[in-house]
Design a protein around this ligand. Structure first.
Ligand SMILES: C[S@@+](CC[C@H](N)C(=O)[O-])C[C@H]1O[C@@H](n2cnc3c(N)ncnc32)[C@H](O)[C@@H]1O
Length: 205
């Protein structure tokens, strides 16, 4: 996944990187070759889901994880958020096409995932954290969306991995752990081993 074809100008002028034209991004985000290094089953397993849970897929994109989460919580709900209206359109169409009535696409803004307080059991954030500008403030919003006992997992690229954003945009897991601890969560590196990414997990204290 290239992730940042326009990074040479998008990331250094203060403008957020845009992900318009979902159908084009789907070729990359949902490329079957991604499964080999993404290992989605391992990521979903790390969330320890129960079938009736409410799960938020924050920055869901074209729904690579959304559809897998929806199958893992057949009696629950997946709130698939994104800031791109065309991703929301795509997510709604994909959920209908794949017969997943428990998916709800939610349009958020750059600084607000638009999740109600204490409304979700799990939050998954894959390849998104490096796009968020005020990460400590965003972490607080996610923390407040968690129900008691709820958990958050952030997956992002290792410094040395082949895929992912330009190296100067990559975040060390310690930086993410710091953002989450500042939001009042306990945070640590998850033991799940992925070839290209790390997983940071957090929960309410
Ligand atoms: C690299 S894609 C990852 C998509 C998906 N999580 C996946 O793993 O396939 C990043 C997504 O995050 C979205 N995004 C960027 N900034 C965001 C923000 N502040 N809040 C929510 N979504 C955001 C983008 O629109 C894009 O769809």
């Amino acid at each position: 996944m290239a992730d940042h074809p326009h990074s040479h100008h998008d990331h250094h002028g203060g403008m957020p990187h845009r992900f318009e034209h979902a159908d084009e991004w789907a070729k990359e985000f949902d490329d079957p070759a991604r499964d080999q290094w993404q290992m989605p089953d391992k990521v979903v397993a790390a969330l320890a889901l129960a079938p009736e849970m409410t799960v938020a897929d924050v920055g869901a994109g074209t729904g690579y994880f959304t559809v897998r989460l929806a199958r893992a919580v057949p009696q629950g709900t997946v709130l698939a958020t994104d800031i791109e209206p065309d991703m929301i359109r795509y997510l709604n169409e994909r959920a209908a096409r794949e017969h997943l009535p428990n998916v709800r696409a939610v349009l958020g803004t750059a600084d607000d995932p638009n999740l109600a307080p204490a409304s979700v059991d799990r939050i998954l954030v894959v390849d998104v954290w490096h796009h968020i500008s005020d990460r400590p403030a965003y972490a607080k919003r996610l923390a407040s969306a968690l129900r008691p006992g709820g958990e958050l997992a952030i997956v992002d690229f290792k410094a040395e991995s082949e895929h992912g954003p330009p190296k100067d945009m990559r975040l060390a897991p310690e930086a993410i752990i710091g953002d989450l601890r500042a939001a009042g969560l306990t945070a640590s590196l998850d033991p799940t081993a992925l070839p290209e990414q790390y997983i940071v997990v957090a929960r309410a204290r």
